[in-house]
Design a protein around this ligand. Sequence first.
Ligand code: SAM
Length: 285
Amino acid sequence: MTGLGIPQNTIEVLQRHDFHIQKRYGQNFLVDAHVLQKIVDASLVTKEDCVLEIGPGLGAMTQYLAERAGSVVAVEIDRNLMPILQETLSGYDNVALVNADILKVDLDRLAEEKNGGRPFRVVANLPYYITTPIIMGLLEGHAPVKSITVMVQKEVAQRMQMGPGGKEYGALSLAVQYYAKPKLVADVPPNCFIPRPGVGSAVIHLDCYQEPPVAVEDEKRLFAVIRAAFNQRRKTLANALGNAPGLSVTREQTAEALVRMGLSPTVRGEALSLEQFAALCRELP
Ligand code: SAM
């Protein structure tokens, strides 16, 4: 490996290619070999796996992944990074580069083309401006993915793994926990990146379920109820759902359903677990 994961080598590559870092693409390059190793270890990638890397940047993590995985598909939006990636990854014949916006890629087709239709392991130091759309797109879109190991903003990592009651608990926590088992891997300080982000970061591993942990008839309705509950999180759940356009339940119907579940009719959404939201969906007319 050329060892991009140290500051001097990254600066050398940036200067030699006269590359201008694009803030609008959330470019914060990892320059800490210890953190790179930790991410790749947490991803559980083996030679049996095809990795989907989102945003390879200069290729620092791609090099580690190429050593560990059977193959890597790296999707990068910035066309100007392509010649750099071709150079930094020239020593690997198991890496395919795709110049595209990950939010527009047909992942079923990509898995078909690159991995015989089998699911990817996703590994990424994500661009923070689109963390939630990327994660929710993978999960809600039922993308062919068996695990997701990603660097995200520390606060987002906390929200993903939070249980009922905490102030970080919300729609993202419930959505992530419906599809996957989250595990916080490590906190990562800003000095591990060039340039340094203005926020703390953390690595989180999501082990995707084959079957969701709770049974609901209509997944869309479950998430409509959850969104309505947290859109007005200061209100009681009965008021929040009763006011929500499109849900077609009244405040009274919600309060009655809560009482049948053994809960207070004035409970707030932030007190309910995923199991209780699923039960509420079954109780509501
Ligand atoms: N993986 C590299 C590293 O760890 O040093 C770079 C990580 S940097 C935080 C995020 C990367 O995602 C950048 O290379 C950026 O250009 C790329 N990116 C941003 N938006 C993207 C999108 N919509 N689709 C694919 N890549 C994107």
